[in-house]
Design a protein around this ligand. Sequence first.
Ligand SMILES: *[C@@H]1O[C@H](CO)[C@@H](O)[C@H](O)[C@H]1NC(C)=O
Ligand SMILES: *[C@@H]1O[C@H](CO)[C@@H](O)[C@H](O)[C@H]1NC(C)=O
Ligand SMILES: *[C@@H]1O[C@H](CO)[C@@H](O)[C@H](O)[C@H]1NC(C)=O
Ligand SMILES: *[C@@H]1O[C@H](CO)[C@@H](O)[C@H](O)[C@H]1NC(C)=O
Ligand SMILES: *[C@@H]1O[C@H](CO)[C@@H](O)[C@H](O)[C@H]1NC(C)=O
Length: 382
Amino acid sequence: MFLKFIIFTTFCSFTYSLPDLARLIRKNGYPAETHTATTEDGYIVTMHRIPHGKNSTVSGSPVLLTHGLGASSADYVNSGPGKGLGYVLADAGYDVWMGNARGNSYSMKHVSLDPKKDAQQFYNFSWHEIGYYDFPAQIDHILNKTSQESLYYIGHSQGGTAYFVLTSQRTEYNKKIKLASLLASSGIMQHENIMLEFISYFIEPLETLGNSLRIYSLPYPELLRFFLSEFCMVQEDICFFVYNMIVGYDDSAQFNMTMLPGIFKTTPSAFPLKSLYHYGQLIKSGEFKQYDFGSEENMIQYGSEKPPVYDFANITAPTAFYYGKNDMIIGTKDIDTMSSLIPNLAGKFMVKWDKWNHMDFLYAIDVVELLYNDLINLMKKY
Ligand SMILES: *[C@@H]1O[C@H](CO)[C@@H](O)[C@H](O)[C@H]1NC(C)=O
Ligand SMILES: *[C@@H]1O[C@H](CO)[C@@H](O)[C@H](O)[C@H]1NC(C)=O
Ligand SMILES: *[C@@H]1O[C@H](CO)[C@@H](O)[C@H](O)[C@H]1NC(C)=O
Ligand SMILES: *[C@@H]1O[C@H](CO)[C@@H](O)[C@H](O)[C@H]1NC(C)=O
Ligand SMILES: *[C@@H]1O[C@H](CO)[C@@H](O)[C@H](O)[C@H]1NC(C)=O
């Protein structure tokens, strides 16, 4: 029995270990590279690159793609050539760099900290540090390798939040961004779905509990990956229901269920919890501000009882917002507010599909026709 278990888990870890994305991309006939950059605070973050399209040999302008909370660069290649934004951009002539934020499954290294032994320190970050440290390291690495002065930026969900941090706090990076296209990005969170509002009341107790149990990140181990992939292969309906509960109910017209087991091989990625706690604070306060330690510690950290608010007025790079009507996580009115505060708004576009939800930006069946073509057309103007 025990031996069987060992054989089984060994099988799982071979079949369901985290896929090497560069290899997967090459298998689809595209060139691929893996790069790492070291941040000022010592995290070693990974990027996957598709330097050019299938039928080309030269690289065009670089574009950095960043992912949401609990996700990874796999978001942009999971749906394969012709659909995945990474492949679509490469075929449109761009040099595609897909980032991984610190603490996700592809970015688990640090120059001195061990994610297991030093978990409390290693996971002591939220999307603030991702925007403040990871993005500068990645952007500078890309600009150095390509000998360019600026690049395009595309962020999904948390990729938008951390972009606001970067461009409002390290304003010198605005000039390194030709155009930022933010897909379902969160910042000010006053009008999200009522369900999320409800959940936010449990986030603070969860933080206290997590810290007392010394749990700082939810891992995504092979066995779970195996279970979800196999389970969803035979129980599509249940998987689809759970998935919809989380991202916004779709009538399934835009969701290709056949893809779900494949998506589960990489997604969710490891899930660092402080980012979630920080989001909980945004929802409860309705303000887009730095991490709240409590008034006493705030005095030490920031010199004020309340954490500083991120200033949208500092974001001078051209920025475009794309959003969906049926997104549980992003409120339409919040997109209106944020876009009115950005000095150099490049556009605000609602995807023309009533049931468009948070994940449709990555996986919808008609995502190219409904979104990516317009997004690329706007990029060409900058
Ligand atoms: C690449 O070239 C082949 C042969 O000319 C063509 O069939 C295919 O559509 C091209 N693919 C892309 C993505 O441009
Ligand atoms: C976590 O980071 C804060 C600053 O953001 C620092 O004051 C604190 O000491 C750090 N805690 C640990 C355990 O590293
Ligand atoms: C890239 O970085 C290296 C090492 O720091 C430096 O020598 C080189 O000049 C840089 N290249 C560009 C194009 O900035
Ligand atoms: C952002 O803007 C505020 C005021 O609008 C300013 O005080 C602050 O210094 C700016 N931040 C940076 C990094 O320039
Ligand atoms: C659904 O996904 C499967 C597997 O990736 C693919 O073969 C099929 O063409 C997709 N169907 C549609 C309608 O996109």
